[in-house]
Write a protein that binds this ligand. Structure first.
Ligand code: COA
Length: 260
């Protein structure tokens, strides 16, 4: 499929999705959100793709937020639809069966920070900056920021970012657990690709069930989550990869997973 505002490159089982509106700092307009939805729906069914890396075009921005020129025109009813549609796209990413890694290469503001939060984890470049500056525009985060930021970094820190609208740099983002690793900008893609390749080398059935299990913490209490984990563990025991992984260990060789 051809995209206007996205670039898609697939290499060695990793799909690199680049949001490509560099002249607008990759701000998310409606078309970009529709294309994000379409690309993830396509990648879901693409058996060649094991892991998705999401990034922004250029050296300045991951995504500088929702497109303010579209925001500016909304009335109350449209505002509800606007937030609802963005949330549905970000939920699709959050609940994606395959790993989704954000490679944050600059400003991740507003909807950009929320998009990074919807990914399964985040790797940043040194120049990355994170913020929820919506209060500067007279609105609140509407693509999941109030919910996912608080869950990831805790309510107190999320409150401070959302209420002040202040940006934090990559060092602070690393310190508070908003990102997992930070690299110089010119190494960001290589290092993120290496992480994706490491994930791709495992049995993909286990990888996908592990995502489901960890994601259950958002919906279940501890006992429900433990019960769910046991069921998913049992599913793993029915896979060829499980036999191969455990046998390979016992036979002191590398496993050759077939993702079955
Ligand atoms: N929506 C629409 N356009 C945006 C945008 C957004 N969220 N963020 C940046 N742009 C556009 C600018 O309007 C400008 O377009 P122009 O050249 O046609 O005037 C272009 O991207 C470059 O941005 P500019 O502001 O000139 O870059 P800068 O380096 O001076 O500042 C930022 C960078 C990120 C600090 C600044 O662009 C900014 O504050 N953006 C808005 C962030 C925001 O509030 N996001 C939350 C939205 S809910």
């Amino acid at each position: 499929m051809n995209y206007t505002n996205l670039l898609l490159e697939i290499k060695e089982n990793t799909a690199l999705v680049t949001i490509n509106r560099p002249d607008k700092l990759n701000a998310l307009n409606h078309l970009t959100l529709v294309e994000l939805k379409n690309v993830f729906e396509d990648l879901r069914n693409n058996e060649e793709v094991f892991t998705v890396v999401l990034t922004g075009s250029g050296e300045k921005a991951f995504v500088a937020g929702a497109d303010i020129s579209e925001l500016n025109k909304l009335n109350m009813i449209e505002g509800k639809k606007f937030a609802g549609f963005g949330q549905s796209v970000f939920s699709l990413i959050e609940n994606f069966e395959k790993p989704v890694i954000a490679a944050v290469n600059g400003f991740a503001l507003g909807g950009g920070c929320e998009l990074a939060l919807a990914c399964h984890f985040r790797i940043a470049s040194e120049n990355a900056k994170f913020g929820q500056p919506e209060v500067n525009l007279g609105i609140i985060p509407g693509y999941g920021g109030t919910q996912r930021l608080a869950r990831l970094i805790g309510s107190g820190r999320a409150m401070e970012m959302i209420l002040t609208g202040d940006m934090i740099d990559s060092t602070e983002a690393l310190r508070i657990g908003l990102v997992n690793k930070v690299f110089p900008l010119d190494e960001l893609h290589t290092k993120t690709f290496e992480i994706a390749q490491k994930i791709n080398s495992k049995g993909q059935q286990a990888i996908r069930l592990a995502i489901q299990a960890v994601k259950a913490t958002d919906k279940m209490n501890l006992q429900e989550g433990l019960d769910f984990e046991a069921v998913l563990f049992a599913l793993c025991c029915g896979t060829e990869d499980f036999k191969e992984g455990t046998s390979a260990f016992l036979e002191k060789r590398k496993p050759a997973f077939k993702n079955k």
